[in-house]
Write a protein that binds this ligand. Structure first.
Ligand code: ZN
Length: 169
């Protein structure tokens, strides 16, 4: 729950300010008892305290680093895996077919592809998803298409594996 709010761009700012606020109030409390002054006096002293610029810069940097670290921890895939996952589609200019897939990683750490989808690129801007391995547009050259999905899956998975090997060289 806290992580969810933290990862929310607005929520994380609110949390940051709440943390800063609470720490400030605690700090004022400690300082006032240490100096044997009233809480209010110490608060005014702090508010009018000239803060060195480097202190501000260091605090902001630390906060940003902390956030960055939190975000990094959230990532499920490591950098190489994320890079490989971007290789998720391929166009066949001859047949005018686009293949899309998702890259996953098995228990053995090796990538495999799933969720294969094929699109016909013959129809202007929006690629039309093939239905039953063929384009549903009447008269389209890909409407009489016949291909073996398992063969294609194996083919594209081989390309993905090859990319993975290159990334890990
Ligand atoms: Zn078509």
């Amino acid at each position: 729950m806290l992580k969810k709010i933290w990862n929310d761009p607005v929520g994380s700012k609110v949390i940051s300010w709440v943390i800063i606020g609470v720490l400030t109030l605690i700090g004022v409390g400690i300082k006032s008892s240490y100096d044997e002054k009233s809480y209010y006096e110490t608060f005014v002293w702090l508010m009018t305290f000239p803060i060195p610029v480097y202190f501000l810069l260091v605090s902001i940097t630390l906060l940003l680093l902390l956030r960055h670290w939190f975000k990094r921890k959230k990532q499920f895939y490591n950098a190489k895996q994320r890079k490989l996952r971007q290789f998720n589609c391929s166009d066949d200019p001859e047949q005018n077919i686009r293949t899309e897939w998702t890259v996953y990683f098995g228990m053995n750490g090796k990538p495999y592809i799933s969720d294969l989808e094929f699109f016909c690129l013959e129809h202007g801007e929006a690629p039309i998803r093939l239905f039953g391995n063929r384009c549903s547009h009447v008269g389209c050259k890909n409407s009489i298409l016949k291909f073996n999905e398992f063969e294609l899956k194996n083919y594209f998975e081989s390309l993905v594996l090859n990319e993975w090997n290159k990334l890990n060289k």
